[in-house]
Design a protein around this ligand. Sequence first.
Ligand SMILES: Nc1ncnc2c1ncn2[C@@H]1O[C@H](COP(=O)(O)OP(=O)(O)OP(=O)(O)O)[C@@H](O)[C@H]1O
Length: 249
Amino acid sequence: METILQVDQLTGGYSPKRPVLHELNFHLKAGEMVGLIGLNGAGKSTTIKHILGLMHPHQGEIKVAGVTLNESPQQYRSAFAYVPETPVLFDELTVEEHLRLSAMAYQVPEKDYESGAARLLEQYQMVPKRKAFASHLSKGMKQKVMIMSALLASPSLYIIDEPFLGLDPLGIRSLLEQLVEVKRGGAAILMSSHILSTVEAYCDRFIVMHQGRIAAQGDLDAIRAAAGLEAGSGSLEDAFYQLVTGGEH
Ligand SMILES: Nc1ncnc2c1ncn2[C@@H]1O[C@H](COP(=O)(O)OP(=O)(O)OP(=O)(O)O)[C@@H](O)[C@H]1O
């Protein structure tokens, strides 16, 4: 399968003198969902900011769809959609206008926009709110607008930061069902979350970050092995706990 995201020897952070991330290596292939997990401050958001191109590596390289940001900013940026933990919307635009803006930015053909937007508004119970201004939406509704915008763009790579906190149970179910669907369609998904049971149930592989480094990565058995657990025994949470505490209480 094609590699959609390649992170090589990434060292980075907010000040060149004090890197927060240390020599990260990982990749995502088309058609897989990977869970990025770690304690508060482990470096998940900083990693995501580097992938988004909001921060520049001190060392190492990030490629999205085969190019670095410098090589082709347009190709790099149009290959992913980002759903942040805290929704960022334009207060004076309506729900529908946000969807249209996303479709324009990602050059979605008009007829795909029409059918896609109608389907998403239905799936996320947002039909009655389609003409509402963003400033008049609840927090979870704002998050739904971000999610619908990303799904409408239909990129090769989805980067999703802690998506479950603001959503109601129907919204969570819709999102998970759609992530499975886009994954089947060949997209790659990097999802950061503290809800380890959901991460375990839905992700194909996991990246465990601890203190700015990758403590373990791979499928559940690989994470178990890194944590000193036997294959097939213990949940992701059990293995995670061992990895980040060394088993201490
Ligand atoms: N704007 C910033 N300036 C300086 N240091 C920062 C900044 N943002 C985060 N850090 C530091 O970078 C380190 C990694 O933080 P990061 O936000 O990446 O963690 P995280 O894994 O996303 O945590 P959480 O689960 O709490 O969201 C922490 O030590 C944090 O204090």
